[in-house]
Design a protein around this ligand. Structure first.
Ligand SMILES: [Zn+2]
Length: 465
């Protein structure tokens, strides 16, 4: 972000007496601006002196710490200096923001003056919120003219490289604009075999963790538990559309088809938009993969590697059955509501520590315990996946973990079985013919090896599990 830590030029974040501060600031800015234009004028003057060869020496001008470039040139060297000076003094700086994601600090590093930073910041303001949007990895190319004044500033946000920002000098002003570069969409068909876990299999295929997140936390979040269900040798096939800027990968746009064929679970999801415009994943028969409950209140990759299957079994504690599931996770890990509902408790609850309880349709309740922070209030409505709190170790907990309970009409339930009769809405009969065409077109794009599966699928008919 452009934000000097102490200097009065930090325009936007002065915390005390804003009126006085802004007065001081604008006064100071005007003063500095005056000095800079003076400096430029002086400099131009200096250049013309050399060009006209009427002076052999120009005295240094020092004003308020600003040292004007000084030329001391004997007449003999005039021609040489005239030819070289403009090129030497223009400076082009390439840089990438580091951990603090601060444009300001990066510009300071390259000795750009406070005034120039402030002018640049003002120019950027209408098109790019540097304070909020700049981050590590963003890159820029800065051109400073011979007077060390910003001539051009090209800024490429790492998260949005197809929208680079360009600041150019127009007369006395810096003017910013945002370009829209065309993205190229490519579709990749891939098949991965699970060796140890999903994330590693997807990485081994040269794809990123963002794709794992889509597969585990969006498409199959309610039907496959990727910590428990996969077995070595299981297969995942994907048709995924990806966006590129030139040959640089930008993002995953959509997984069009995901098919998981395992020893414990089998699911296929086709991305499809129903006639009302709602996007979802549907199986071969047009049944939604959405369920009333997510299988887990945390994202797949956020549950720490310490997690192991034993934790899914009840742990006896002094002959009292453990009626929930414990998820070991790093403190601060985001905890989501597993289904829509209303918050009935948000606060301390004895051994549970900081706890959220949500009541859901059909007599269900869920509890999320030992939280470090709570992000919802009692009485609040939440949707499936709403962020409700963060993993902690409050209450009777030996280490950071989430204790999750699912209760129906007072009875504790196993979260894995809860969705049996709680499916999302299927596609209506009027949508099925178009869906079937889409489905078969997608299946035809999978590699030939899987064609036997497609045939089986056609044979299975509406009674398929
Ligand atoms: Zn527990």
């Amino acid at each position: 972000m452009i934000k000097p830590p102490r200097e009065p030029l930090a325009t936007t974040r002065n915390s005390v007496s804003p009126a006085r501060h802004s007065l001081v600031f604008w006064g100071f800015l005007a003063c500095l601006a005056g000095l800079t234009w003076l400096r430029i004028d002086l400099h131009k003057g200096g250049t013309s002196l050399i060009e006209s060869a009427e002076a052999q020496q120009v005295a240094p001008v020092i004003a308020d710490g600003v040292i004007v470039p000084v030329v001391t040139a004997p007449a003999v060297f005039e021609e040489h200096i005239v030819a070289v000076v403009p090129q030497i003094l223009q400076q082009v700086v390439h840089d990438t923001l580091d951990g603090d994601g601060s444009i300001y600090l990066s510009l300071k590093k390259h000795d750009v003056s406070e005034l120039q930073i402030a002018l640049l910041s003002n120019a950027l303001q209408p098109v790019f919120d540097a304070k909020r949007s700049s981050r590590e990895g963003d890159s820029f190319v800065l051109t400073l003219d011979s007077a060390h004044v910003v001539a051009r500033f090209e800024y490429t946000p790492v998260a949005n490289p197809q929208h680079p920002v360009l600041v150019e000098r127009e007369g006395d002003e810096l003017v910013a604009s945002v370009s829209v570069l065309p993205l190229i969409e490519q579709t990749r068909v891939l098949r991965v075999v699970i060796e140890d876990n999903l994330a590693n299999a997807i990485r081994a295929a040269g794809e990123g963790d963002a794709l794992t997140d889509i597969v585990a936390d969006e498409i199959f979040a309610a039907v496959i538990d990727f910590h428990k269900d996969p077995r070595q040798g299981d297969e995942l096939e994907l048709i995924v559309s990806k966006s590129y800027l030139g040959d640089r990968f930008i993002r995953y746009d959509e997984v069009l088809l995901a098919r998981y064929r395992g020893q414990v679970v089998n699911h296929t999801g086709f991305h499809y938009q129903d006639p009302t415009g709602v996007n979802g994943y549907y199986d071969e028969r047009g049944q939604s993969l959405a369920r009333l409950f997510l299988l887990k209140p945390m994202d797949y990759r956020r549950i720490s590697s310490h997690f192991n299957r034993r934790r899914f079994h009840p742990i006896l504690k002094k002959n009292v059955p453990h009626l929930g599931t414990d998820y070991a996770a790093n403190p601060g890990t985001r905890v989501h509501a597993t289904a829509r509902g209303r918050v009935t408790h948000a606060g301390w609850n004895g051994g549970y520590g900081k706890m959220v309880e949500i009541s859901h349709p059909n007599g269900y309740r869920t509890r999320y315990a030992h939280l470090s922070r709570i992000h919802v209030k009692k009485g609040q409505s939440v949707e499936q996946k709403t962020l409700i709190g963060r993993v902690g170790a409050t209450g009777r907990a030996t280490g950071p973990h989430l204790h999750y309970e699912l209760i129906r009409n007072g009875r504790h339930m196993n979260p894995t079985n809860v969705n049996e009769d709680r499916r999302g809405a299927p596609l209506g009969p009027e949508s099925l013919p178009a869906f079937a065409v889409h489905r078969d077109r997608m299946l035809a794009r999978l590699p030939a090896v899987t064609s036997t599966a497609s045939i089986q699928l056609a044979d299975v008919g509406p009674a398929s599990p």
